[in-house]
Design a protein around this ligand. Structure first.
Ligand SMILES: Cc1cc2nc3c(=O)[nH]c(=O)nc-3n(C[C@H](O)[C@H](O)[C@H](O)COP(=O)(O)OP(=O)(O)OC[C@H]3O[C@@H](n4cnc5c(N)ncnc54)[C@H](O)[C@@H]3O)c2cc1C
Length: 510
């Protein structure tokens, strides 16, 4: 079957997008947060999901005409280790092989199997990700239309979909550094090394990076969103900012409009598509949600929080490991146990002594994000609690996200990075820090700094995301649909949930 990738406005619908912020884009925005001319992505920067999507293929020409272009970072990501070591993925297979052999000759061979397993599994994996979640079951290997997985592929695929990273990676590789390098990707969502199902995303990301690198948008991710807005407007739609939806208007058990925070009511004659979290949906719908969905929304688990540190720099960091100086992402989380600890501390409300950090160096590949010769650094600290219960070092005593706590925590992160890249502080021209609570106030979908609209563990993935009894982005209230990170296929700057939701709307109402 050919998937349609509709934009409702292009299918002849009158579309109105309501956005509470002054600027559209949600967690995909670019702003001069520090100094003039330094363009910082406040959220998503790796746009591989979008650039690899059928939606991009279909709308590429129109978006390029509106100024969108992607740059591929060929040294995509890697991890730094004590002693000035680094292991990363590039698009040069021979370079990757040599780098891995430097840690373990056996693993250089096992890496080839990791790559060939991807070739074997990719058709089924992509069928799964593009399929409707309710038909997908990772353990039974039943994915929508594609239920015929050959016997030779099934055990590999089942491992990738259901194993924890620790189980899968320690069975494949002997080098702790290679295991940690791959597993670091698991903490971009919330799949720490011991979480079932955690292998899928790192398998996809490392394999795609080894073939294509990481795609970022020239000038900042926000350029893509502005082009999408222009596309909607060109097709007759409207994007209205400073418009907070406060309540769904429901008559005869059908969603017929919305009420804004300023009291204005807007009718929706055909459908409402809500890109919110389950908790927010409950607040908008009130007692119109059935009991089971009300309970699900009340007990929806958000993943651990995030702190973002944005730096304007006079120069790039002097990583002790030369190879890290070319890497788009540098992960700091040197072992499976370090990653597991950082995650567990985040869940327990503890500020880690050595938190897991993703340090992105976009200006290596896209100098247009900073004035000539200058740079920006995007530091995402994952698994940081929104509600602080303690500090692993006992040094931060103010257990609220006050300015003092933010500054003290950012200093800890800079100390950690300087252990691998000395003298970073001397290059800092300006900085901005977003705590988990700041992220949520920038965008209410980022509850407690959870960047993915809810934990992506198996109980909240596939057909369980978010309401098991209401598949295909349809909701219990007629005329109401849901898309976004809290719905299948989950968080990330991809197009899957919007496309699948639009497909259901068109099927129901066209
Ligand atoms: C720090 C950070 C880093 C990330 N890095 C990456 C990355 O590198 N790659 C990647 O693929 N993904 C990344 N992500 C995840 C990705 O950005 C999100 O999963 C994605 O943006 C989710 O899209 P969405 O459409 O669900 O909603 P969002 O992008 O969250 O947008 C929702 C919008 O709805 C608005 N809104 C909410 N409630 C209302 C209301 N009642 N009325 C009106 N408007 C409302 C919000 O203001 C917001 O603008 C990152 C996220 C963050 C925060």
């Amino acid at each position: 079957m050919r998937w349609v990738r509709p934009m409702l406005c292009m299918a002849g619908w009158r579309v109105l997008v309501l956005e509470r912020n002054e600027q559209p884009g949600g967690a995909i925005r670019t702003q001069e947060l520090t100094l003039p001319g330094f363009r910082h992505d406040i959220g998503a920067m790796n746009l591989g999901l979008f650039a690899g999507s059928p939606f991009w293929q279909e709308h590429r020409q129109a978006l390029e005409a509106k100024g969108v272009s992607f740059v591929a970072a060929d040294h995509s990501a890697g991890s730094v280790f004590p002693g000035g070591k680094f292991l990363g993925v590039t698009t040069d297979p021979e370079k990757n092989r040599r780098a891995i052999a430097g840690f373990s000759k056996a693993d250089a061979g096992a890496w080839e199997t990791w790559l060939s397993d991807f070739d074997t599994c990719a058709p089924h994996l992509f069928a799964l990700l593009g399929s409707r979640a309710a038909a997908a079951s990772p353990t039974a290997l039943r994915f929508g239309e594609d239920q015929d997985v050959p016997d030779a592929v099934a055990p590999i695929l089942r491992g990738i979909l259901a194993d924890s990273l620790r189980a899968n990676l320690t069975a494949r590789f002997e080098s702790p550094e290679l295991q940690a390098m791959i597993a670091a990707w698991g903490l971009h969502p919330d799949t720490a090394p011991d979480i079932a199902g955690g292998c899928t995303y790192p398998f996809l990301e490392t394999n795609i990076d080894a073939r294509q690198g990481i795609a970022i948008a020239r000038g900042g991710s926000g350029n893509l969103m502005m082009a999408l807005v222009a596309l909607i407007e060109e097709a007759g739609g409207e994007v209205r900012c400073n418009a907070t939806v406060e309540r769904l208007i429901i008559e005869n058990e059908r969603a017929v409009g919305v009420e804004l925070a300023n009291g204005e009511t807007l009718p929706a004659s055909r459908a409402i598509l809500a890109s919110v979290t389950p908790g927010a949906l409950l607040a908008l719908a009130g007692d119109h949600l059935p009991a089971a969905e009300t309970r699900r929304a009340q007990t929806w688990r958000h993943g651990p929080g995030t702190v973002m540190i944005h730096l304007a720099l006079s120069d790039l960091p002097d990583w002790r490991a030369q190879e890290a100086r070319k890497s788009f992402y540098v992960h700091i989380g040197p072992s499976l146990d370090d990653l597991a600890r950082a995650y567990q501390e985040g869940l327990a409300g503890i500020l880690s002594a050595e938190p897991f950090c993703v340090v992105a160096q976009p200006t290596i590949y896209d100098p247009s994000r900073a004035p000539k010769g200058k740079h920006v650094l995007w530091i995402m600290v994952r698994c940081v609690p929104a509600e602080i219960k303690g500090d692993a070092l006992g040094a931060i005593t103010d257990l609220t996200w006050s300015e003092a706590t933010k500054e003290a925590f950012a200093e800890r992160v800079l100390d950690l990075i300087e252990g691998y890249a000395p003298d970073l502080r001397n290059k800092i021209l300006g900085r901005a820090i977003h705590s988990p609570l700041d992220l949520e106030s920038l965008n209410p979908n980022l509850v407690g700094g959870d960047i993915n609209g809810g934990s992506s563990h198996l109980d909240q993935a596939y057909g369980q995301r978010p309401f098991p009894s209401y598949p295909h982005h349809r909701m219990p209230i007629k005329g109401l649909y849901m898309c976004g990170a809290s719905t299948w296929p989950g968080g990330g700057a991809g197009t899957g949930s919007g496309v699948l939701a639009a497909q259901s709307i068109l099927e129901d109402l066209a």
